[in-house]
Design a protein. Structure first.
Length: 273
């Protein structure tokens, strides 16, 4: 059964425990360790830290101040990350099959295959894959849904860490039913919408909030249908020259891999003797 995460931003206190746990589990650079100031710890005017989701921060806690009808200000906290679409556009456009959707939910990528064409970044309706701009051979990076923890029967690091249980891990269907029930039972606390139930054909990561999702930066212009249905429409807009370079690089990657595999089998053959 596909797994999911239900993110309840009404419960979130903005402690950034999920962001820190994510960095720790994924061995991502922490304070003063990121390759550029843009990715490092520095408060933005909106109190986010670092300023944006980036290739070294897979989970990014954001703060919102929203005026109430009575003129008071309400605080809201939300963390953004890859939503692990049920039918992901990023997987469908990758020319070298570097991205893959697992049956239990995660959309993962293979660093050794990615050659940095950024098709996935352009295809993603949620603008989630981030690029290592400062690297000589840049690769795409994003939340992994902690697939390696799931394989060991553990929940994702962010869900395990969250003190007020604002990130719940479980079967997607059960989480969806729980989300609707919570909204139904608390109409004064929740805005009546489960973000991710239908966006892009449905996502593994879903949100419930106190306010309309667009007020917390969630993209509500996303189509409700699965995006790979639009893949060919998207690919047809890519200039022929870029497509040719991607195909060339994809071919180069394939032959390089074959050559390395050939070398590896020769090496292991020598060792066996
Ligand atoms: S949110 Fe974007 S990067 Fe994540 S699975 Fe969906 S299409 Fe891929
Ligand atoms: S699921 Fe894992 S990789 Fe994704 S945000 Fe949570 S801790 Fe980070
Ligand atoms: S750990 Fe939980 S409460 Fe803290 S910022 Fe993340 S989602 Fe919010």
């Amino acid at each position: 059964m596909p797994k999911g995460l239900l993110i309840d931003t009404v419960r979130c206190t903005g402690c950034r425990g999920c962001q820190s746990a994510c960095k720790q589990w994924n061995l991502l650079p922490g304070w003063g360790e990121a390759p550029s100031d843009e990715y490092d710890t520095s408060f933005s005017p909106t109190m986010t830290n670092p300023p944006q989701l980036n290739a070294y921060t897979y989970n990014h806690v954001e703060f919102y101040e929203i005026p109430k009808d009575n003129g008071e200000i309400s605080w809201h906290f939300i963390h953004t990350r890859c939503l692990h679409c049920i039918d992901p556009a990023c997987v469908s456009v990758c020319p070298v099959g570097a991205l893959q959707k697992f049956d239990n939910g995660p959309v993962v990528w293979d660093q050794t295959r990615c050659f940095g064409c950024r098709y996935c970044q352009n295809a993603c309706p949620f603008d989630m894959p981030k690029f290592q701009w400062e690297q000589a051979w840049p690769k795409i990076q994003k939340c992994t849904f902690c697939w390696n923890r799931l394989e060991e029967g553990m929940e994702p690091a962010c869900a395990k860490t969250c003190p007020p249980n604002a990130i719940e891990f479980g079967e997607r269907d059960e989480l969806l039913a729980r989300a609707h029930e919570r909204i139904r039972n608390n109409p004064d606390k929740y805005y009546d919408y489960v973000y991710g139930e239908h966006e892009a054909g449905g996502t593994s990561i879903m949100y419930i909030n106190a306010v309309a999702p667009e007020k917390l930066g969630l993209n509500t212009d996303v189509k409700k249908e699965s995006y790979p249905d639009y893949t060919w429409e998207f690919l047809s807009k890519i200039p022929v020259e870029i497509a040719a370079i991607a195909a060339l690089l994809g071919g180069t990657w394939y032959f390089r891999k074959k050559r390395l595999e050939g070398k590896a089998s020769v090496t292991s053959g020598k060792e066996a003797k």
